[in-house]
Design a protein around this ligand. Sequence first.
Ligand SMILES: Cc1cc2nc3c(=O)[nH]c(=O)nc-3n(C[C@H](O)[C@H](O)[C@H](O)COP(=O)(O)OP(=O)(O)OC[C@H]3O[C@@H](n4cnc5c(N)ncnc54)[C@H](O)[C@@H]3O)c2cc1C
Length: 428
Amino acid sequence: MPLIRYHHGMSSQTQASPKPTKPIEANQSADFCIVGGGIIGKACALGLAQLGYSVIQIAPDLEKNQALMPNQFGQRIYALAPSTKTLLSELNVWDALDHQRIQVVRDMHIFGDRGQANDRLHFSAFEAGRPELAWITEADLLELTLDQAIRFHRQIRNINTSVDDIHIEKDTKPTLTLDSGEQISTHLIIAADGARSPLRSTIGIAVHEHGYDQTAVVANFSCSYPHLQTAYQWFLPDGDILAMLPLPKQQVSMVWSTSPKNANHLMQLRSETWPNLLQEQVGGSIHKTLGNLQLQSTPVSFPLKRIKAQSLIGPDYDPKVVLLGDAAHVIHPLAGQGLNLGLRDVASLLQVIKNKEEFRAIDDRILLRRYERQREGDTSSLLWITDRLKKLFGTSNPLEKQIRNWGLGFVNRSHIIKRQLIERALGE
Ligand SMILES: Cc1cc2nc3c(=O)[nH]c(=O)nc-3n(C[C@H](O)[C@H](O)[C@H](O)COP(=O)(O)OP(=O)(O)OC[C@H]3O[C@@H](n4cnc5c(N)ncnc54)[C@H](O)[C@@H]3O)c2cc1C
């Protein structure tokens, strides 16, 4: 992704190419301009349009074709928390999803790495007094359904390209120049442009970032035993984490977080090799639980890292850009929460805009600070919990290994801690 050029009103300098600032005559204008066409950007565009605002959405992959195959599931599979269901219901999208392609999760089993009977944690919807713990579905289904809803909104204009240049001057509307040369003026720019967020770096918002030295390999399998609407996660002795999430049609989605070297090896495996390889893992536990597993999709891999933006709004001298989703934070997928957290950013921004005082403009710094403050606790605590779990299960220290396995059993016997963990995972 090329660096976005940045012209600002603090001086006549630009970050990437020196050009004097001058007023821009935009071809198009809208209340909000959303950069990024992932699930976060689309959900935000829809929500703002439903509040009555005009929105321009820009991304190079807005018109990608997400055809859904009848008996096959997409490569990106997500566990959705109830907070996500609430937002999608408010956007009138939840009921429009094809529920034949969504798997309800009623139980979750987490296993320690010693293979002992007590080193396990079991969450159950029944015990928690709820109909379900989560839902598993494809990114493609969510995107397709959001696209359909967006098509009904005349206030949303989609532009299928990248941003080339951004111009922010104090007390004037910011302007974006697109790769096509088109210029857009807006009140507020929403950066939903993903983990590498070119907009975030262009306006100079710093991040805390560290790599986990792990890569997630993701693939779908059919299983010969019914998965019983249960999600499984195994912590392996070498620090790997292997999750099997239930899908409809007796399939499961594997997320295997492992060393980059092993991920590279897994990515090269022939499909016939996978069943034996999985049978050998965790003392045959996967095989005993799910039976024979046959590969149903081409494996894909994602390097894993943790990112937290130091601020959710910028630039400091006159905030006109708001960060949402992976542009604001990236977490390890062991808890399956990155998208859910990002959609809670969307819900929070919509709520701040909806409840704003009449005299405030939508780019009022006080509103933007409200959004930033609302998101701080949720984001920091989730990043902290996933980070600690990752470190705890990645350690090779024998004492820490003992403690973490004993801890699983201890938490399993404590209804209060379990309930709190469930509430956290459900986004409450
Ligand atoms: C292996 C794995 C498993 C996961 N499992 C789960 C799970 O079970 N549950 C869960 O909640 N989360 C999960 N996540 C996290 C989830 O994938 C992310 O949090 C989510 O995809 C972030 O969405 P986003 O819209 O913010 O970013 P993205 O999906 O990355 O979208 C970014 C968009 O910005 C666009 N863009 C970039 N640069 C520009 C530019 N200059 N101009 C215009 N557009 C631009 C891109 O083209 C794209 O459209 C998982 C992550 C991984 C790696």
